[in-house]
Design a protein. Structure first.
Length: 53
């Protein structure tokens, strides 16, 4: 099973709030690949029925 990590860069959020140019602030790491974006959609429920905060 491949683990997926979602990282939100708080410094980039602050930079996006200050300027006109939007910086990609979310990184989704799954296996050996990294994907960057401004938003992420999580479909389904967390393994083990855990809450998503």
């Amino acid at each position: 099973m491949v683990t997926t990590y979602i990282h939100v860069n708080r410094n980039e959020i602050r930079q996006n709030n200050k300027g006109v140019e939007k910086v990609l602030l979310i990184r989704v790491k799954r296996g050996n690949s990294d994907r960057y974006g401004l938003e992420v959609e999580i479909a389904g429920q967390a393994p083990g029925g855990g809450s998503t905060r």
